[in-house]
Design a protein around this ligand. Structure first.
Ligand code: 13P
Ligand code: SF4
Length: 354
């Protein structure tokens, strides 16, 4: 939808008043009307690094979701204020692993005698509490752009990995990139006693996958891939690793949002692509590359936007920037010092991955 010109002018004016005091980050899944005001755009890894790149900025306005803003708060200085334009912009996947559930799971692993040989690897898409758990137990954070390196590192530290909270990224990376088998992976269900697993299953497993998933990417199916191949002859199927294993196995290319963009950038004119990721990004890429003669379609027309990413819209951004320009701090995201200390260990481990 075209942006309201009045709101565009107000956002521009407020941003100009703030000048260098504000730094606006935009995840690739953000709406066009918001992304136009981002000083940098990126996948969740790039944005975590970029957030720390402007220690002089008083305000970091994070156009993305809550766990990204928390990570930015952890990686920036104590004086910097990280702002999320709509506090309801969460992530259903991150909500699938709570601190209590994960502490309980660790007890289950301890009872089974495997905890001391297990290294937690947590996807960026998790709360600061889960990141702190990860840091406390000598693990690392990963994103979809470094999950393979994170897993290789973790298997150099211990015999098993507890992967939180996205079962699909964990399974896809273990099987596609590390050559593990599906039988090496077990699924820990936090809603069942002992995760629904026996002690023997935990002892035999190499990857203990948390039963979490992305509600958006989880909707692409093998049928979506088969249908688009029938509909668009010669199409290249490119999907995000949050998709289910059978979708990833049937795709031609798999990678993070940044990888998707780079792949399309390098694609020859006349090539055809079906993309399995969030719709705001796919639409933007379809428009951008149409002029270069690259045909880009959405992998499954029945899949929708990420509703929480979409919560950050132009009215929320305008409200935020105008408040900051008037000296009112709104929607600040903070992580308590104890949580931050351990979550930072796990995030810094990710940044130091070989
Ligand atoms: P990336 O930007 O790291 O590919 O992650 C996608 C995502 O789902 C963020 O929520
Ligand atoms: Fe969370 Fe999925 Fe939305 Fe990403 S796309 S923010 S993983 S719900």
């Amino acid at each position: 939808s075209p942006s309201d010109p009045d709101l565009v002018a107000r956002a521009r004016a407020a941003k100009e008043r703030l000048g260098e005091r504000v730094f606006v980050l935009g995840h690739h899944y953000q709406r066009d009307e918001v992304i136009q005001f981002a000083d940098v755009t990126g996948d969740s890894f790039k944005l975590a690094r970029d957030a720390a790149a402007r220690p002089d900025a008083e305000y970091i306005v994070f156009c993305g979701v809550h766990f990204m803003a928390e990570s930015a708060d952890i990686l920036t200085t104590d004086d910097q204020r990280v702002i999320l334009p709509d506090l309801a912009a969460g992530c259903s996947m991150a909500d699938m692993a709570t601190a209590e559930q994960v502490a309980e799971a660790w007890d289950v692993l301890t009872e089974a005698g495997v905890a001391e040989r297990t290294v937690p690897v947590s996807y960026m898409n998790s709360s600061a509490d889960i990141k702190a758990f990860t840091g406390r137990h000598g693990g690392t954070i990963c994103t979809s752009s470094n999950a393979e390196r994170a897993l290789r590192w973790a298997f150099g530290q211990g015999e098993k990995v507890l992967f939180l909270p996205d079962q699909h990224l964990g399974r896809n990376t273990a099987v596609r990139d590390l050559g593990l088998s599906l039988e090496d992976c077990v699924l820990y269900n936090p809603h069942k006693p002992n995760g629904g697993l026996t002690a023997q299953q935990l002892r035999d497993a190499k990857m203990i996958l948390w039963r979490g998933h992305c509600s958006v990417h989880g909707r692409f199916s093998l049928e979506s891939v088969e249908d688009v191949r029938a509909r668009v002859p010669g199409v290249n199927v490119l999907v995000h690793p949050e998709c289910r294993h059978e979708v990833v196995a049937a795709a031609d290319y798999v990678g993070s949002t940044e990888y998707i963009i780079n792949t399309l950038d390098a694609a020859p004119a006349g090539s055809k692509w079906a993309i399995g990721t969030e719709l705001n990004l796919v639409r933007r890429l379809a428009n951008r590359y149409a002029a270069e003669g690259k045909e880009i379609v959405f992998l499954d027309r029945t899949v929708c936007f990420c509703s929480t990413m979409n919560r950050i819209d132009l009215p929320h951004l305008v409200w935020t920037l105008e408040a900051l320009a008037e000296g009112r701090t709104v929607n600040r995201i903070t992580v308590d010092p104890q949580t931050e200390k351990y979550a930072k260990l796990a995030l810094e481990q990710m940044l130091a991955l070989p």
